[in-house]
Design a protein around this ligand. Structure first.
Ligand code: SAM
Length: 217
């Protein structure tokens, strides 16, 4: 029987990410808690350990390896679901201050328990991104906004625009399909962004990914 978390360390290393024993332990706890919770509440279709490691945990943190995110950045994850990509990012970068936002109560209830179990700190909000951006407390507050598997790029740019500071970045975590069509290019301009970079890579399972980074102007 493998020592708890050693399979996680190995898989992360295959993806080029070195994980401490402590952080592997937290990732392991996250998997065990997610699997147990999903027996009662449907939070994700990916429930096998290997799938969670590759398609949730590693997929969530790979964007950090392509970016030079300053310490103590204020970050918001729109439509975080069961905490992806935010919670694995928080485990790797304890200095980041995350807000976890989701429109579904069952997900924010889960996140409250998860964050507490892992001994992490985050603001957890049950609500919609388009409404949060209208509240003075959250308007132009964030250095980085992330979103994985939430909506189309133009809708997401509309959500992220009011929430980001000038000079902040919106990180769209997408599948392998090229989505930078004319409609998206118009959306970039309309919502006050500039396309900073687009990075193509594969996660260990071989699935293709695109990371599109937009700069708020
Ligand atoms: N980001 C997670 C992931 O990659 O596993 C969850 C993806 S899940 C397919 C989409 C999530 O976005 C759902 O939990 C849904 O409640 C949330 N969502 C969709 N539209 C939203 C909005 N306008 N504001 C906040 N959350 C939203």
């Amino acid at each position: 029987m493998e020592k708890s978390g050693s399979d996680i360390i190995r898989k992360f290393l295959e993806a080029g990410i070195e994980l401490s024993v402590e952080n592997a332990g937290l990732m392991d706890e996250m998997i065990v808690f997610l699997q147990a919770y999903c027996q009662k509440v449907n939070l994700t279709a990916i429930r096998d350990r290997e799938g969670i490691i590759e398609k949730h945990l590693i997929d969530s943190v790979l964007p950090l390896t392509f970016m030079d995110l300053p310490g103590d950045s204020l970050c918001l994850d729109i439509g975080t679901g069961a905490g992806f990509p935010a919670v694995p990012m928080m485990i790797l970068r304890r200095d980041l201050e995350f807000t976890l936002l989701d429109a579904q109560r069952k997900r924010t209830d889960y996140l409250t328990q998860l964050v507490d179990r892992l001994g992490l700190k985050a603001e957890i909000i049950h609500g919609r991104a388009e409404e949060l951006g209208r509240q003075p407390r959250y308007k132009h507050r964030y250095d980085m906004v992330t979103a994985r598997a939430v909506a189309d790029p133009v809708t997401l740019l509309g959500y992220a625009g009011p929430l980001l500071k000038k000079g902040g970045v919106f990180i769209a975590m997408r599948g392998s399909r090229d989505e930078m069509n004319d409609e998206v290019k118009r959306g970039v301009f309309k919502h006050g962004f500039k396309l900073l970079k687009e990075i193509r890579y594969n996660i260990p399972s071989g699935d293709g990914r695109r990371l599109i980074v937009f700069l708020k102007q």
